[in-house]
Design a protein around this ligand. Structure first.
Ligand SMILES: [Zn+2]
Length: 79
């Protein structure tokens, strides 16, 4: 996963912002179920996370997306 100093980049088309990410997440959730049986997650803590695949949304490239250093770490990430 990218950090504040790195980002994903598609080596094929140059995409920096849009990806399909397949990942396995092990998490603990605080689930609040109301009396009607409707449940909602109030808090979520990620215990473990594995990124299985990152696919570029622009060119559908697989294995073209790499983690590269940010040119300017001050730059605010656009999400
Ligand atoms: Zn691409």
């Amino acid at each position: 996963m990218p950090t504040e100093h790195t980002r994903w980049r598609c080596g094929q088309c140059g995409n920096l912002t849009r990806f399909d990410v397949t990942r396995t997440v092990r998490s603990r959730e605080y689930v609040h179920v109301d009396l009607a049986g409707e449940g909602s997650v109030q808090e979520r803590e990620v215990l473990a996370e594995t990124v299985e695949r990152v696919v570029c949304r622009w060119c559908q490239g697989t294995d073209t997306v790499v983690v590269v250093p940010r040119p300017d770490a001050e730059e605010a990430p656009s999400q």
